[in-house]
Design a protein around this ligand. Structure first.
Ligand code: HEC
Length: 309
């Protein structure tokens, strides 16, 4: 197999040989660069989306803070008798996020306070999220988990952060049904969303981004960079071939023609010697050989003439 290709390769013209060699080097270069680049760009895209989503989480937490410090106290009395979701930090966050999702760019972002024992069933953590919350509970230093997840609506990239009850004021509504506002009990019942403790991790803040968004960003960068690399390689192959023709193949062809003419007795044919490189030296050596040949031939003719009776 290898021998067969080797003999085919040997029968090729110089220009084709160099082109094949360059192509092999460039192709393997492109494959390795492509693989390495893919990893780097994917990691970069993940980093970029993660930091963007973390910024969003921080804004959401500020909304929560604003709501619980400035809005809720104003409405707390009315909340006793009247169901006012505007007084609930999580409701405020959900509404703000809904508004954000009307922006085209964030259309496919999804936010959830995935909770083990939630007030609102919508916030119930599924098996996957429960597992993440357990991991946060086991290790205090764990501040963030990211990764990909397959869902019914496609592959998603997620960012999860632990959510702890950090203020005693939260327990007014999340400790026992007895102390919770009546309107809240009427709306959500007494069975869930209670029994939370101060500093306990009760939920994970989840941000979901369609994986395609991450992958697409990485793919776009990959296509641009690979396009540039390919263009550089193509120009390099073209220039090497041009150079080879100009400085090696054409001079060699000319020399072959002159050598053929000399071998057929045309002693006027001259080896041109335009360059000082190896090809130039070869032309010079051929010229010397031709001169020696001419002298030898002259002598031979003279010798024959003298021997003639
Ligand atoms: C006025 C009562 C009230 C207070 C105070 C309150 N919450 Fe809530 N919280 C609720 C209600 C009601 C919901 C459900 C809202 C909904 O329909 O999404 C909720 C939802 C949540 C959720 C989402 C999971 C779930 O149970 O549905 C989290 C997490 C949460 N609260 C954490 C906190 C934290 C942390 C604080 C303190 C900073 C706090 N809450 C203060 C009433 C309260």
């Amino acid at each position: 197999m290898f021998r067969k290709y080797h003999s085919i390769y040997r029968s090729l013209k110089l220009g084709n040989k160099v082109t094949i060699l360059l192509l092999l080097v460039f192709l393997s270069g492109i494959v390795f660069t492509g693989i390495a680049l893919n990893f780097i760009l994917l990691a970069n895209a993940e980093n970029q989306i993660t930091s963007e989503a973390l910024g969003m989480l921080q804004i959401m937490n500020s909304v929560r803070e604003y709501n619980s410090v400035q809005i809720r106290p104003e409405l707390s009395e009315r909340f006793e008798t009247e169901y006012l979701p505007q007084a609930i930090p999580t409701y405020a966050v959900r509404e703000v996020f809904k508004t954000l999702r009307q922006e085209k760019y964030y259309k496919n972002y999804f936010y959830k306070d995935a909770t083990l024992n939630p007030t609102n069933r919508e916030d119930q953590a599924d098996d996957f999220e429960t597992d993440l919350i357990k991991r946060f509970r086991q290790k205090d230093s764990l501040q963030q988990l990211t990764g990909f997840r397959n869902t019914l609506s496609g592959k998603k990239y997620f960012i999860a952060r632990p959510f702890a009850v950090t203020k005693a004021s939260c327990l007014e509504c999340h400790s026992t049904p007895e102390v919770a506002p009546k309107s809240m009990i009427e709306h959500y019942g007494v069975t869930n969303g209670f029994g939370w403790k101060l500093n306990e991790i009760v939920a994970a803040q989840m941000i979901y981004v369609p994986a395609s968004q991450v992958l697409q960003q990485a793919r776009q960068s990959l296509i641009i960079v690979m396009g540039i690399v390919l263009a550089i390689f193509a120009v390099a192959i073209f220039l090497v071939n041009l150079w080879l023709k100009q400085y090696v193949i054409h001079p060699l062809n000319r020399m072959t023609k002159v050598a053929q003419a000399v071998s057929q007795g045309d002693m006027k044919a001259e080896f041109e010697q335009n360059n000082q490189d190896e090809i130039g030296s070869l032309a010079e050596a051929f010229s010397l050989m031709k001169t020696s040949l001419a002298i030898a031939l002259d002598r031979l003719t003279q010798f024959r003439r003298e021997r003639r009776p």
